[in-house]
Design a protein around this ligand. Sequence first.
Ligand code: ZN
Length: 95
Amino acid sequence: MASITLQACPRCNGAVLDYARSAEDGPMCLTCGWRDLQVSDAVQAEVDDHIGEDFVEHVYTHHQVGRGKPALSGWEREKRRRQRQGPAERELNTA
Ligand SMILES: [Zn+2]
């Protein structure tokens, strides 16, 4: 059985779906995809990078450097991320 806890997400205050069946399917935010898993900061940062990102485009720019449209600079991507996710995410990352 799964239960939904409203306003339980530490990132966006969204509804968190809690799978009770196994440790692998931990609680997950329905709004932003936040997951309550025991992972290293590095892994979590990588996951954060991919959330809301066009993953196909992300891979494409890595393999087609100089042939397709230019990839966004790191700063441009960070700006996008802040606009999309707001200040809560930065607090989480610096904690
Ligand atoms: Zn959330």
